[in-house]
Ligand binder design. Structure first.
Ligand code: ATP
Ligand code: MG
Length: 466
């Protein structure tokens, strides 16, 4: 008997209603997580009821129901505790495209349903009375932190190569404070059949990578993905970083180790991703000086272009692509030497929140060189940056710097120009002038600046036309 008290009321009520009518179980990751005393991400139920029975039950009991994948037997119920996917017990037929089985056959037994699942730790079911159905010794594997395929690993990875990424993602889960490990046969099979992942859609791989980046031991999972060659398969650019010697006394590690270590220090998925990719362009930018020391001019800017292309190919959303590319582009910003004007300009351009992330990436990068254990000046730099602007009581919303005291409309009226590019150029000129001394950000001072510069500019124009 298991303790089911963690299960949200809405899910439990639905489960009880299903169980009154036919055998119905909690399955998959939810069981795995409950056994580990962890709150599951989502709740999946498997039932002997047919999809049409499920739709009828939904109508009778007043749930919102959607036939998410009626062909595969899945109906989503909107419960008081959120959506819950209910799938009719099924047996997969042959796989045609390595993604969806060609046919599915509904069955009456939970054991057959569990047989089609990927790993033993994901192939357990729990009855509403709290009995665990565990035909593949998933609990034993969980206790031993082992990820093992249900049945023949070659066949299982061939059926659906996304399981290669799912296996690596599961490494990042926690058991008793440690990551999980692949059974030796599972690891060997992934190594041997990794190229199958090329046939998986970009979206599905992206989703697994994003989930991986959110696991507690994402650093171990990323390292395994690198060791097994999966990262080089999604991003061929990564391969050049593997075992690349940076030939620089400020770096103790090979480039891929440095990148993995930088990622491992990231507090958020975005910073982990940016950390992983921040030096991606270094191999292409290597220049050796007369002493044989490696330098990497422009690797941040070029890296940002790589990152844009790499994340676009994997169908990341635009805001993630732009955020990661921006962090990579600016990861070399010289915080300790930059003038106040340069710092102010940066904060104004990218916003305070992004600057905080950039500072964190700077620290991650520095520590991951393996030559220092902390960024000594971090607090001083953060304080200096915080004092650059008076943000007022309400910090500006994400990405916004304190506004200029004037608008494009003012510029148009003062300079007597129509809306267009010239107005934006004026506002840039004003922002640069204000960045030199924020006390200039008053309407009167800016008006005077615009009027004198306008006069100077038109004078220049008149001169040059003579
Ligand atoms: P998460 O904690 O992210 O929800 P999960 O293991 O529950 O992890 P889901 O995508 O929610 O992953 O899938 C639910 C269950 O469905 C899995 O635990 C597994 O039993 C089964 N499953 C999912 N994807 C596959 C697959 N590609 N092949 C075989 N079984 C799968
Ligand atoms: Mg799940």
């Amino acid at each position: 008997m298991r303790d089911l008290s963690q299960i949200p009321q809405g899910v439990h009520t639905l489960w009880a209603q299903l169980s009154e009518r036919a055998p119905s179980y909690l399955v998959g990751g939810a069981v795995r997580d409950l056994l580990e005393h962890r709150m599951p991400n989502d709740w999946d139920l498997a039932t002997a009821l047919q999809p049409e029975d499920l739709l009828r039950l939904g109508a009778e009991t007043g749930y919102g129901v959607t036939a998410t994948g009626a062909k595969w037997g899945t109906v989503t119920f909107s419960t008081a505790s959120g959506p819950c996917e209910v799938t009719t017990f099924r047996r997969d037929g042959r796989y045609q495209d390595g993604r969806h089985p060609q046919t599915v056959t509904f069955t009456n037994t939970i054991e057959e349903d569990l047989a089609r699942r990927d790993f033993t730790i994901n192939a357990m079911a729990l009855s509403i009375e709290g009995t665990l159905i565990d035909p593949y010794s998933g609990q034993k594997d969980l206790d031993q932190s082992t990820i093992r395929t249900v049945g023949d690993p070659v066949k299982r990875f061939q059926e659906d190569p996304l399981r290669l990424w799912r296996a690596v993602r599961m490494i990042g889960l926690d058991h008793a404070g440690h990551s999980l490990t692949l059974s030796s046969m599972t690891a060997e099979t992934i190594q041997r059949y990794k190229a199958l992942s090329l046939s998986v859609s970009a979206e599905r791989q992206r989703d697994e990578l994003c989930k991986l980046l959110q696991t507690p031991h994402f650093d171990q999972a990323l390292r395994a993905a690198d060791d097994l060659g999966l990262i080089s398969l999604i991003w061929p650019e990564w391969e050049a970083t593997r075992h690349f010697n940076q030939r620089n006394p400020h770096h103790r590690y090979l480039l891929h180790d440095h990148n993995l270590m930088t990622a491992s220090l990231g507090p958020t998925p975005l910073l982990r991703l940016a950390g992983l990719l921040h030096d991606i362009a270094k191999p292409q930018c290597l220049v050796l000086d007369n002493d044989g020391i490696g330098h990497f001019y422009d690797h941040a800017e070029i890296g940002a272009r790589y990152v844009r292309s790499m994340l676009t190919r994997l169908r990341f959303p635009l805001h993630t692509i732009e955020s990661a590319a921006m962090l990579v582009n600016l990861h070399m910003f010289p915080w300790e030497e930059a003038s106040l004007k340069a710092q102010r300009r940066l904060v104004r351009t990218i916003g305070e929140a992004r600057v905080q992330e950039l500072l964190t990436l700077y620290r991650m990068d520095l520590i991951a060189t393996g030559t220092v254990s902390q960024w000594d000046n971090e607090d001083a730099v953060r304080q200096a940056v915080a004092s650059l602007f008076d943000w007022g009581e309400e910090p500006p919303t994400f990405g916004k710097a304190p506004p200029l005291a004037v608008s494009g409309r003012d510029v148009m009226s003062w300079c007597k120009i129509p809306p267009g590019k010239a107005v934006g150029q004026w506002l840039d000129r004003i922002a640069a002038w204000v960045d030199e001394d924020p006390a200039r950000n008053t309407r009167e001072q800016i008006a005077a600046f615009v009027q004198t510069s306008d006069a100077a500019l038109s004078h220049g124009k008149a001169d040059s036309s003579q």
